[in-house]
Design a protein around this ligand. Sequence first.
Ligand SMILES: Nc1ncnc2c1ncn2[C@@H]1O[C@H](COP(=O)(O)OP(=O)(O)O)[C@@H](O)[C@H]1O
Ligand SMILES: [Mg+2]
Length: 363
Amino acid sequence: MPPISESAVLDALRPIIDPDFGKSIVDLGFIKNLAIDGAKVAFDIELTTPACPVKEEFQKAARERVLALDGVGEVDVTMTANTRGRAPQPEAEVLPGVKNTLAVASGKGGVGKSTVAINLALSLAKSGASVGVMDADVYGPSLPLLTGVHGRPRAEERRIYPHEAHGMKLMSMGFFIDDNSPVIWRGPMVHGLIRQFLSDVEWGELDYLIVDMPPGTGDAALTLTQMAPLSGAVIVTTANDLSLIDARKGLKMFEKVSVPVLGIIENMSYFTPPDLPDRKYHLFGQGGGERTAAELGVDFLGEVPIDPRIVEGGDKGRPITLDAPDAEASQVFAALAGKVARKLAMLAETKPQIADANITWVS
Ligand SMILES: Nc1ncnc2c1ncn2[C@@H]1O[C@H](COP(=O)(O)OP(=O)(O)O)[C@@H](O)[C@H]1O
Ligand SMILES: [Mg+2]
């Protein structure tokens, strides 16, 4: 039996196409560390994000295809990821080690922006990505309640160290105040605070920083979009959130700073009673998010069901993704995280890797 050649292995893998890039995983350079030892073939498939939803499919297809080659007795496929994103910028003042910064925004409060932000973040962290959550909703910080993490973060030599919990780095104005009463900030304070969260917090190296944005397009939101190197944004709505005007304002705000809106997520879309698992009751009407997306010309990313466990989990600091990973809502969050991660990877791959423009502080 002639020895197995590298090119035979690569040819066997070539028909596996990455659906986003529409290209072969071989031509995309995803195959690494190919090693052939007698009848044993081992290699890595390096994805553009650990949250890739077709990870298992790729692994299975690759294994089967190589195993079918003459003379191959054993195949060892390791799935790895090199998260695409902004190149490290050691000199940058703002988020120097963060590859992707995702803004989770909404036209108004109460639509589940924070819920979506934390569950997307947890889903990404579960997939193996390094993740931070920045609660920039300075008027209604909810990260302490949502995660059960409280208390002042450690500060040393003008650096603030985020809390670490549930496998993520967390920062919120809520860590600095004692109760949940609404906070009244004057404009300049908000400005300074957001600047500190971006440049004085030791985020370290992260694949994804999820930013729970202040609702709407007020001063705080505007400041953030101007200061943070946002890679993309998602807008959270509900089916009965009829304010297309607000959604449009949000879109405009991101367009102004050239931040792509990756799409709209409709939250609290439908309810499935536990004893009627096949039913979907659209309590607030159907298709609102999808219509809004169509009107704005952005993608509709998906519908998150209503689940009372989301409210309970929110109150005890255990988001549904942690406590009930098999719940439909958790699975929807995981799928949305995968979609968003792939969109960010595509953006990073197609966008020339230019260093961030010099950021001038507007004060
Ligand atoms: N899909 C959902 N199912 C059930 N309750 C939800 C869902 N999404 C959010 N909630 C609840 O709605 C309320 C508002 O959500 P929150 O994430 O705090 O909104 P926002 O950050 O937009 O103000 C919270 O009590 C939260 O637990
Ligand atoms: Mg909130």
